[in-house]
Design a protein around this ligand. Structure first.
Ligand SMILES: [Mg+2]
Length: 428
């Protein structure tokens, strides 16, 4: 039996945890640079504000309905996600499916699964402060569908199991195929032209026919809807194949030094993630968007291949800064007047492929050489960051914050920054 545990309105629940005064107030969370809505409390959903709505379009609604708005605070969300996973424990095999969702594989013989689900929910609320919903069923796809039922039917009290075949059939008949896990818009419209409109239609279609006309993935989904385990639990996540660091700039960047500062910060962040995963990057894709005079935004992308796989932010930045400088000087020459230099709006680095130090290089590539003196240096840097925060030791080229995305509405780092620890007042 599979059980899926999901935190309700995760980012909003994180913000409310330290602001109990907002328990019944509409709350929303904005994307990087305070651009669009990326999380909504149930009150905001009732106001018909869709996900992805640009913030400037709803400023009037925010004022009228006194909606509490937050810039995203990913260090807080990541820390609470870690606590949520830890609290679930390791009693049963577990798959971390996303930042706020975990699958558990429970023994088929386990009695009273519903009681287990309610007590786990209670524990997560008490120990981590996160409200959750739980769905369970004989396959992962049915557990996901059971979870959807808890969101649509509030009388279920956040727990639903699809264990009775008759009950499951009725639910499948009522569920549109587009709501089934893994079926997107394009696929569901293609299915509907063939007369497969409900989850039940898909479940009773011949698996061989589905594999022939679609894919083995959809065949597995159909088998799972019939209660046949076809998508196994992934206890060990697949090793990372790429790593992206990107930001929209808070205001247009018009000088080379600030552009370097932004990309150097990206290199530092990426390097720290590579060290944690013990991976090296063999190359990267550098992208940015810019304008020249009154032109509309122009995208720029360049792929770089490193001669030796890299992890050291100084060496990575060395490669990148050459290309940034060439691009900037080239655009500066093309700009209409010296008074209107090129303006940059966002930057991104995608590192790929990634490989562990033990990876066998191809015939023409160099083997990763791990310099022990640098290992000591970066261990010391990581320890210092842990103790005094990630801003205490930086590359000189990263200094400068004028490019940083806007996050004027960000909540404090309640659980990740000593200076932001909440104060508790005790009345004697
Ligand atoms: Mg959720």
């Amino acid at each position: 039996m599979y059980c899926l545990i999901d935190i309700n309105n995760f980012f909003v629940s994180c913000e409310r945890l330290f602001r109990p005064d907002l328990a019944r107030t509409p709350v929303l969370v904005l994307s990087s640079n305070d651009g669009c809505v990326i999380a909504r409390s149930s009150e905001v959903k009732l106001l018909d504000i869709p996900m992805g709505t640009p913030f400037f379009k709803i400023k009037e609604l925010v004022r009228t309905h006194k909606i509490a708005c937050f810039s995203s605070n990913f260090s807080l969300y990541a820390d609470l996600s870690r606590r949520f996973q830890q609290c679930i424990g390791s009693e049963f095999p577990m798959e971390i499916y996303s930042i706020d969702e975990v699958f558990l594989k429970l023994p088929t013989s386990m009695p009273r699964i519903e009681d287990f689900a309610h007590s786990l929910r209670q524990r997560l609320l008490q120990e981590v402060g996160m409200p959750t919903s739980l769905g369970f069923g004989p396959t992962k796809t049915l557990a996901k569908l059971a979870l959807l039922c808890t969101k649509q039917n509030l009388t279920l009290r956040n727990v639903c199991g699809l264990t009775c075949p008759d009950e499951t059939r009725k639910i499948l008949q009522k569920t549109p195929a587009s709501k089934v896990w893994g079926i997107g818009k394009a696929l569901s419209s293609k299915l509907s032209t063939l007369g497969i409109t409900s989850a039940y239609d898909l479940a009773i279609t011949s698996p061989g026919w589905i594999r022939h006309h679609f894919s083995i993935t959809l065949e597995r989904t159909a088998r799972e809807l019939m209660g046949e385990e076809s998508i196994p639990l992934e206890e060990t996540p697949e090793p990372r194949k790429s790593l992206q660091v990107s930001r929209s700039f808070g205001k247009p960047v018009r000088d080379l030094r600030t552009l370097h500062s932004a990309f150097s910060t990206f290199c530092e962040n990426a390097s720290s993630k590579l060290r944690r995963a013990d991976l090296f990057a063999q190359g990267c894709c550098l992208s940015t968007t810019y304008t020249l005079g009154p032109s509309s935004r122009i995208p720029f992308t360049q792929t770089l291949k490193f001669t030796t796989p890299l992890q050291d932010p100084r060496l990575i930045m060395d490669k990148i800064s050459q290309h940034l400088t060439t691009l900037f000087l080239h655009l500066e020459k093309r700009s209409l007047t010296p008074l209107s230099p090129p303006s940059f709006y966002k930057g991104s680095l995608i590192f790929f492929p990634l490989s562990p130090p033990s990876a066998q290089p191809s015939l023409f590539d160099q083997k990763i050489s791990v310099d022990c003196s640098k290992i000591g240096l970066f261990q010391a840097i990581d320890k210092t960051h842990q103790k005094f925060g990630s801003q205490c030791l930086r590359l000189a080229s990263s200094l400068g914050t004028s490019w940083k995305p806007k996050s004027t509405l960000q909540s404090p780092g309640y659980t990740t920054s000593w200076k932001d620890l909440p104060t508790v007042h005790a009345i004697p």
